[in-house]
Design a protein around this ligand. Sequence first.
Ligand code: URA
Length: 462
Amino acid sequence: MRVVTLPAPDDFDAWRDAARGLVADDVPAEDVVWQVGAESTDLFAATADPVPAPAPGAMSVPRAFLDLARNAILHSDPERFALLYALLARLRSQPKLLEDRADPLVRRLDGLAKNVRRDIHKMRAFLRFREMPEDDATRYVAWFEPDHHIVRANAAFFVNRFASMSWSILTPEVSLHWDGAALSEGPGAAKADAPDGDPVEEVWKTYYASIFNPARVKVGAMLKEMPRKYWKNMPETALVPGLLAAAQARESGMIEKARGAIGGNAQIAWEALREEAMGCTRCHLHRHATQTVFGEGPVTASLMFVGEQPGDQEDLAGHPFVGPAGQVFDRALAQAGIDRADAYVTNAVKHFKFEQRAKRRIHAKPDAGEIEACRWWIEQERMLLRPRVTVALGATAARSLFGKVMTISRERGRALRLPDGGSEAWITVHPSYLLRLPDKAQAEEEFERFVEDLRLANAAAA
Ligand code: URA
């Protein structure tokens, strides 16, 4: 029996050092007890053998394992250390084990890592600072209750985003303090230690007003999207009654005004939107997908492409159109003279829907309810970007954008008007359709038609 006592519940380096030594010594997973400093007891320690010293370089592990382990270790599940060690030990004889997404251990650890990623994003999206006078300066203080041990892992994000402020983030486990130059840590706190009152981050209010669509207000849905736990802390909830009351009077001019108020901060608003989407649970698809795959590209793009949903590779990479369909798309864009870096590329549905067949994840078409649930995001993306032209790649994208079934063969090749107030849209086929055509000559012909559609849309956006 070996007992490993880690100094802190999120100490990846300590876990890695111990695991390296143990694995080099061939210690089976069931012979190791993992515990964390404060919870440790001498129950096992008296009879335990020493833990071998770290053996650097003894075993090289795939990068994907390190990525998985760095996230999973932050989970609150007390078994995480042992599970990760068991996986590490198996990787010695099964170096490709991580690719086997049907393996129960891989799946379980993937699930832990996913929960952690979502918690990290929730902290970024839902934490709100309140003002606290301090000598002759102001300190911004926020209270947050994470589900997992993510606070230290998130520190760099807050330091970067709020570099010039003095702030403290209080959580039950640990407190972070930034004075504009250095980060320090303190013990956990209670909610009562943080000030009450209005949160101060004006840009959030402006952001929220800019994406508030009175025609689609569903307070219940908003509450669902922003978990109740965080709802009470957020400035935008205070805005809701006013926005609702003024809803009838406000037309799309409201959005224009709010965007003006943001003063070119569409990028910040987009980043905030993306953060929120990372924790999306609007439909069940988030349960099995690895992550939300949000749109990408400049917020100033005049051309927006909307695909169906991320595929297997997009789900793993976290970026749209990077797999086989993405390669066809890139080739067609290049032939149409469009630089992908100038366009915004997104999907109607932001999570990968698939059926697991043995070790493979087979793409499954999103249904009407899933498309509808995800329309929330595409509408926010379109409201922020206001592209001159939106191109629907395939039937799912067309259905999402137009809110009804559209026949591609009938509608392609001409400018259409979207029901959002008449902005311009084009419909064409999905690149994966071109991949499925068995006849080479037909595939080439269809590819040329696809390129021509892209060219026309691009000319309209110019
Ligand atoms: N298919 C899509 O519709 N979108 C992607 O991102 C990848 C494949």
